[in-house]
Design a binder for this molecule. Structure first.
Ligand code: ADP
Ligand code: MG
Length: 612
């Protein structure tokens, strides 16, 4: 039986707003996002956000922006009322976060809402409007010096079905926190503070740089491995920070995408990020990326989603390729095809005998690692090259050093090998010879390989790779340093679980640990780690990110590797190269930087602009 059709009628405004709220206001995080975006659009320099009960009881956003004149306050909570666009043309050149004029009325239709605003320098004092579930309940003068305060209480109290979909206060708080962080990364010039009740949860100081902000959100081990990128292609600029492959993790929630400063979700951009890491990550791992796309506003439609969190590009493939290009530039250096910088003739040292200055005293690190490290002797791959002390100094320039024979070659790495043009490295299985030519700029080791090509090996990157491989194989073999003052870390119940699971591994690294009454007492830490690093690392692994073991090795390798700018004797260089030729993945250091660049005859001919 068909029910009798009702007549068509216009919906009352509250109902229209509640319907719009269905799309715009999903949870406390979306309220926070809309309110903070309004504050940013109002040129605020400082924004304070308070959530109570995960935002369900209260979401309060206060800014010091330009405020709303008393006469416009009623309009601010009326649907399709905005100060940000006036014509369709404006929509094509949108610079603000907002433009739809529906956030405030939508939020006010599903909560007990109050907005107080003061225009600084204006004669009239502050005014406020209160709205209860979509109906204006009160308005009048108020007390506020400058800016705007929006208070949203009892979200969804009139929509029980929505209320049921909310997760626990801590989950909702986390989501809100993530939105605030996303916006804070886009606007590093603005200060932000987030409170949970009266407790300060996050504080971003104004003027912090992007890396500084990220370091408040992500663990040290990840932040230390971020690479900067910035490149423009097809008029599209892609810039930001991205994690070295070694820092990848099987979680995809550390990829933040922005288009013209607006946080977005976009499958195309995401796949460009993944494409840049192709061959460098396993299929279940994700990188950490903060990606900003700057593109002409006419090339992107921001009006495709009520929450404005999706965009449509006119030419998505150019955006894809600009992103891929920028990220690849950071992950692999395509410098081999670039023009090397040549010194001016006056800078080229004259030939003839020169005094070699006495080598400065050598820091313990380099030979310390090569001579003494017990790992060297124990590791099959290294034994051949490391058991003997450095040979007496001789004319190494004419000495030929063996490539590792296949018998000594390492097992293939778990990851796919990088594409050859990205990593112009010697092939591991080849047997042959190279000739050491000398150290360039106290940083690069120059070699000629058997095909006659010129190779430059970055001594720091190569040594990092050697040490990293060694750490991976053998840990730091339990040589801990005792702390004069033991560290005490209170543990969350879930961390206690992790602790017992990881205890053996941690102790093999040199930690001495004891857990009692929910507190972890640390009596010794791995030899090469500072107290702070050792604590941060412990926190990160107990947090459930076991992959961070790899990150520890990265930072240990970096700290202990020979530095750029350190003069090496020929013997030291040769020993370093011998060891480097024996490690897998030698094309890149653990941060993802290249260890070697190679110019063959063809490359050189091109650089010298010789006719083919
Ligand atoms: P939109 O942001 O799309 O314009 P909103 O409903 O979010 O729509 O806000 C309506 C209007 O209220 C805005 O256009 C702006 O003029 C004003 N407004 C809202 N929040 C603030 C604020 N924090 N400071 C100054 N003006 C604000
Ligand atoms: Mg808005």
């Amino acid at each position: 039986m068909i029910a009798k059709k009702s007549p068509i009628r216009l919906l009352p405004p509250e109902l229209r707003n509640q319907i719009a709220a269905g799309e715009v206001v999903e949870r406390p995080a979306s309220v926070l996002k809309e309110l903070v975006e309004n504050s940013l659009d109002a040129d605020a320099g400082h924004i304070e956000v308070t959530l109570e009960n995960g935002g369900q009881s209260l979401i309060r956003v206060q800014d010091d922006g330009y405020g709303i004149p008393a006469a416009e306050l009623d309009l601010a909570v009326t649907r399709h009322a905005t100060s940000k666009i006036a014509s369709f043309n404006d929509l094509e050149h949108i610079q603000s976060f907002g433009f739809r004029g529906e956030a405030l009325p939508s939020i006010a239709s599903v909560s007990r809402f109050k907005i107080t605003s003061a225009v600084s320098g204006a004669d009239d004092c502050a005014h406020c409007v209160e709205v209860e579930h979509g109906r204006v309940a009160a308005s009048g003068p108020a007390a506020l010096h400058k800016g705007t305060v929006v208070e949203v209480r009892d979200l969804f109290s009139n929509i029980p079905a929505r209320l049921k979909f909310l997760k626990s206060p801590s989950v909702e708080f986390k989501r809100a926190q993530e939105w605030l962080s996303r916006l804070a990364l886009a606007r590093t010039d603005v200060g932000f503070v987030l409170y949970s009740g009266s407790r300060e949860n996050l504080r971003f100081l104004p003027g912090q740089d992007l890396a500084g902000r990220v370091s408040l959100l992500w663990p040290n081990a990840i932040v230390e491995n971020l690479l900067r990128f910035d490149a423009t292609r097809h008029g599209i600029r892609a810039h930001g920070l991205t994690g070295a492959p070694v820092a990848s993790q099987p979680r995809g929630d550390r990829i933040f995408l922005y288009v013209n400063g607006r946080p977005v979700t976009d499958k195309g951009l995401l796949s460009a990020v993944r494409a840049a890491y192709k061959g460098l990550l396993t299929s279940r791992d994700y990188p950490q990326t903060v990606l900003f796309i700057e593109i002409s506003p006419t090339e992107v439609d921001v009006n495709v989603h009520p929450a404005k969190s999706e965009v449509r590009f006119r030419d998505a493939s150019s955006v894809f390729s600009a992103t891929l290009h920028a990220l690849q530039g950071a992950l692999t250096l395509s410098h081999a095809t670039e023009m090397p910088q040549f010194p001016q003739p006056s800078q080229i040292p004259r030939s003839g005998p020169t005094e070699t200055p006495a080598a400065p005293p050598r820091p313990q690190g380099f030979w310390g690692m090569i001579d003494k490290a017990p790992l060297l002797q124990k590791s099959g791959g290294f034994t051949e090259y490391s058991a003997h002390p450095p040979a007496p100094r001789h004319a190494l320039a004419e000495q030929e050093l063996p490539w590792p024979s296949p018998a000594h070659a390492d097992p293939p790495a778990a990851n796919e090998p990088p594409e050859p043009e990205r990593a112009p490295a010697p092939e591991p299985e080849r047997t042959g010879h190279f000739q050491y030519l000398g150290q360039i700029a106290d940083t690069y080791l120059a070699l000629r390989d058997e095909s006659g090509a010129l190779l430059l090996v970055d001594q720091h990157a190569a040594h990092e790779r050697i040490l990293y491989t060694r750490f991976q194989r053998e840990g730091t073999v339990g040589r801990g340093q005792r702390l004069a003052l033991p560290l005490e870390l209170p543990l969350h119940p879930s961390e206690i679980e992790n602790f017992y699971g990881l205890r053996d591994t941690l102790e093999s690294l040199g930690y001495e640990l004891e857990c009692a009454g929910g507190v972890l007492v640390v009596r010794a830490t791995p030899q090469q780690l500072s107290r702070g690093d050792a604590r941060d690392f412990l926190r990160a692994v107990l947090d459930g990110r076991k992959e961070d073991l790899a990150l520890l090795f990265v930072s240990l390798s970096c700290k202990n590797a020979v530095k750029a700018g350190q003069k090496l004797t020929d013997d030291e260089s040769a020993e370093l190269l011998r060891q480097w030729f024996a490690v897998p993945d030698r094309e890149h250091c653990p941060h993802g930087r290249p260890c070697v660049l190679r110019w063959d005859a063809e490359h050189l001919a091109k650089l010298f602009k010789r006719a083919p």
